[in-house]
Design a protein around this ligand. Sequence first.
Ligand code: ZN
Length: 261
Amino acid sequence: MPEGHKTHFLAREHTRQFSGQPIKVSSPQGRFRGDARKVSGKVFSHSEAVGKHLFYHFDGGRLIHVHLGRYGKFRQHAVPPPAAVGQVRMRWQGADTALDLTGPTTCRVIDADTRAEVIEKLGPDPLAGGSPAKVWNRVRKSNKPIGALLLDQAVVAGVGNIFRAELLFALRWDPRTPGDQLDRPAFDRMWKALGKMMRTGLRYGKIITVSSKEAGVPLASLEGRDRFRVYGKSNCPVCGHPIETIEVASRKLYWCPSCQS
Ligand SMILES: [Zn+2]
């Protein structure tokens, strides 16, 4: 599932590619057809990411709200785009770029009030200048494991399963540590490390948690699990102990029980 670095990366890309253009919006698959008509032909202003949500602002006040969920994907084409393949929920045609969206959890046209309601339910987003004090207030009052709190979008927006595992490993924290057992300096270390990790993800358009020294190659060239230190790995890069998985908040969490205690 795309995490917050990816939504911010897409928002930036789509704004750069389509801002100021009238967009022909359609739904080859049909499920978005009624909504597509409400915005098609209007001038696109900009895209905005908040946590894992994307908002596309059009002149006249209407917005498209997209949540990619687990399977959502954008594909780009030159104009004119080829015939739609598969379940293309939404297709955009701008001046010289077309965009297909398949498999999103959410794709709908909303107004500013609905956007505000969606954002209201989300915790602060580190990449959108979110306030750590608000996150700390939730964490310190909760006896849930920090591994669960990090995935709760109402606590902090934009963290998914990979950032969670990599962050807890970088901090050497046991994922089962309850939030209310952390102190403020520890939380501040976590917030700082998370922000750095997410900004690196935004810069490269993909999550990269190994250092260039660890990687031995330019970071941008890293693909797949070579980008990570613990997620999907078999052995700990620090101590060599086998990496294990436990279920925290219904998702599989990779960790090193030897380092993270
Ligand atoms: Zn280890």
